[in-house]
Write a protein that binds this ligand. Structure first.
Ligand code: UD1
Length: 438
C-alpha cells in the first residue's frame, strides 16, 4: 500500500491555519538537524550511508493574512512554503474541497514518502483524506500519513475540530500522541497499537525554544502595560493584567453566549486590564452584535477595583491578533489567561500561568490534571467563580510526560526508522537518539 522505493526519504509537511505553524516548526527543525548531522559527520559510520531527508512545506492558505499567518513564519524561523495553495476562507465544505483538489495535484507532482499533518483544522483532514485515497501506481502505493497531535477527544461532535480529529486519526498510518488521554482514546477506538507513538508535544517544543526570545518583544510597552513598573505587583511586566482569547464558533457566533462570557469577565476587568487580541471571526461578530470595547493602550487607567462595574467593559482592551512572540510574552507575564483555545491551555500549563477555559469540555485533560487549567463552561457566574478560584489558587506547574522540547526530534527519528526499515535501504536507520518515557 505504501511507497517502497529505496533512497532519500521525502517528507511533505502541511500547514494551513494559525495553530499549525508552531506545531510544524519543530518537525522542520528536526529534519534540518538530522541532515546537518549527516553533513557534519557527527553521525555514526552506518548513519553516514543514509541520504538526507528531502522536505517540502505546503501552505494551504486556510489562513492567509499577515496577522494570522505571515508573521508566524518570521517569528518561528519557518522556511518560506515551497508550495502555496492559496485556498482562503469559505464554508467548511468549500474550503475542505478546495484544499483537497489542489493538494491532490501536489501529491501527484511531488510523490513524497510521508505526508505530515498537524492538529485538527480543515487543512489537516483535507490533506490526510487526499493522501489516504491517492494511488501512485497500479499497486496502490501512496505516502505514509503521519498525524501529529493524534488521539485528542473532546467527545463533542458539534465542534468541527472534533470531526477533523477523529477522521484524521482513522485514515492515518502513524499517530503521534501528545498526552496519555490520546493513547487511551485511540486504544478505545480500536486503533492498532503499532501505529501509536507517544512522543510529546511539538507546540511545547516551540514554546521552550522561543520562551527567552519572546522577552525581547516590546508588546508590553506598546499596550502600556510596562509603564507602571512594580506598582500592582505583576510579574516583570509592571502592570498586573489578564489575557483573553475567544474564537470558537460556539462561543462567538451566538450573541447571548458571547455576551454571557463577557459578563463573566466584568469583575476581572474592574480588578485589572484584560487584554483581548481579537481573532478575525470574533472581530466580525463584535461589529455585527454592536458590542463596545476599548482599544488596548488607549484605555483609561485602571485603579485596582475602584472602577464601577458599569464601566467594566472599559477594562477589556482590544488588539488585533498578535504574532507568536508578542503573544508568548503576554502569556508569560499575565496574572491569568481566559481562553477557548486548545493550544493556550497547554502553553499556560508549561508557563505555570493560571488558565480558565470557557468551554464545556477539553480534549486536553492533562492540562487540568497536571497543569494550571480549569474548565469553567460559558455561564457568567461559573466564569466569575472560576476566575476567583484560579486567582487565589497556589499554582504549581506540573510538566506532562514527554513535554520536554524533543517531540519533533522523536517524530523524525520514528519516521526515518520506519522508512528505512520498510525500504530495507539500510539495516541501521538514522537515530537522533532521543530518549523518551513510555
Ligand atoms: C480555524 C480552525 C480552528 C483554529 C483557528 C485558529 C478549522 C475548522 N478551524 O478556525 O480549529 O483554532 O483556525 O485561528 O479549521 N480570516 C481572516 N484572515 C485569515 C483567516 C481567516 O480574516 O487569515 C477570517 C475570515 O473572515 C474567515 C474567518 O476569519 O471567515 C474564520 O476563519 P476560518 O479559517 O474559517 O476558521 P477559524 O475560525 O479561524
Amino acid at each position: 500500500m505504501q511507497r517502497s522505493e529505496a533512497g532519500a526519504m521525502k517528507i511533505l509537511t502541511v500547514v494551513g491555519a494559525r495553530p499549525n505553524f508552531m506545531k510544524a516548526a519543530p518537525i522542520i527543525a528536526a529534519i534540518n538537524k538530522h541532515n546537518r548531522r549527516l553533513f557534519t559527520g557527527s553521525a555514526g559510520r552506518q548513519e553516514l550511508q543514509v541520504e538526507p531527508i528531502r522536505h517540502i512545506l505546503v501552505h494551504t492558505g486556510q489562513h492567509y493574512d499577515e496577522l494570522m499567518s505571515g508573521s508566524f513564519f518570521n517569528d518561528l524561523d519557518l522556511p518560506k512554503p515551497d508550495i502555496h495553495l492559496g485556498v482562503g476562507s469559505g464554508s467548511h465544505s468549500a474550503q475542505t474541497a478546495e484544499i483537497m483538489k489542489k493538494f491532490e495535484e501536489v501529491l501527484f507532482a511531488e510523490k513524497p514518502d510521508a505526508v505530515v499533518v498537524v492538529g485538527d483544522v480543515n487543512s489537516t483532514i483535507a490533506c490526510a483524506l487526499v493522501t489516504a485515497k491517492i494511488s501512485f501506481d497500479s499497486d496502490g502505493s501512496r505516502p505514509v500519513i503521519a498525524h501529529v497531535e493524534a488521539g485528542l477527544r473532546s467527545f463533542d461532535r458539534s465542534m468541527p475540530e472534533e470531526v477533523n480529529r477523529i477522521l484524521t486519526d482513522h485514515v492515518s498510518d502513524m499517530l503521534f500522541v501528545t498526552e496519555e488521554s490520546g493513547l487511551q482514546n485511540l486504544r478505545n477506538e480500536g486503533v492498532s497499537l503499532d501505529k501509536i507513538h507517544f512522543v510529546g508535544n511539538t507546540m511545547i517544543d516551540s514554546l521552550l525554544q522561543f520562551k527567552e526570545k519572546a522577552e525581547a518583544s516590546t508588546i508590553l510597552e506598546k499596550l502600556a502595560l510596562a509603564r507602571e513598573a512594580g506598582k500592582n505587583g505583576g510579574a516583570n511586566s509592571g502592570t498586573r493584567y489578564a489575557l483573553l482569547t475567544l474564537h470558537r464558533p460556539s462561543n462567538v457566533d451566538n450573541r447571548d453566549v458571547f455576551r454571557n462570557i463577557i459578563s463573566g469577565l466584568e469583575e476581572l476587568a474592574t480588578d485589572c486590564p484584560v487584554v483581548f487580541p481579537v481573532h478575525p471571526r470574533t472581530q466580525q461578530r463584535i461589529r455585527e452584535f454592536g458590542f463596545e470595547f476599548n482599544p488596548a493602550g488607549s484605555a483609561k487607567k485602571q485603579n485596582g477595583g475602584a472602577q464601577d462595574s458599569r464601566n467594566a467593559r472599559e477594562g477589556i482592551l482590544l488588539t488585533n491578533p498578535l504574532g507568536y512572540l508578542d503573544f508568548l510574552c503576554l502569556m508569560k507575564h499575565a496574572a491569568l489567561v481566559v481562553t477557548d483555545s486548545g493550544g493556550i491551555q497547554e502553553e499556560t500549563t508549561i508557563l505555570g500561568i493560571p488558565c480558565v477555559t470557557v468551554r464545556e469540555n477539553t480534549e486536553r485533560p492533562v492540562t487540568v490534571e497536571r497543569g494550571t487549567n480549569t474548565i469553567a463552561g460559558t455561564r457568567s457566574e461559573a466564569i466569575r467563580d472560576a476566575i476567583r478560584r484560579q486567582l487565589s489558587r497556589n499554582i504549581g506547574n506540573g510538566v506532562p510526560k514527554n513535554w520536554d522540547g524533543r517531540a519533533g526530534a522523536r517524530i523524525i527519528d520514528i519516521l526515518a526508522r520506519s522508512h528505512y526499515e520498510k525500504t530495507s535501504y539500510r539495516p541501521s536507520p538514522v537515530s537522533n537518539a532521543v530518549p523518551f518515557e513510555v
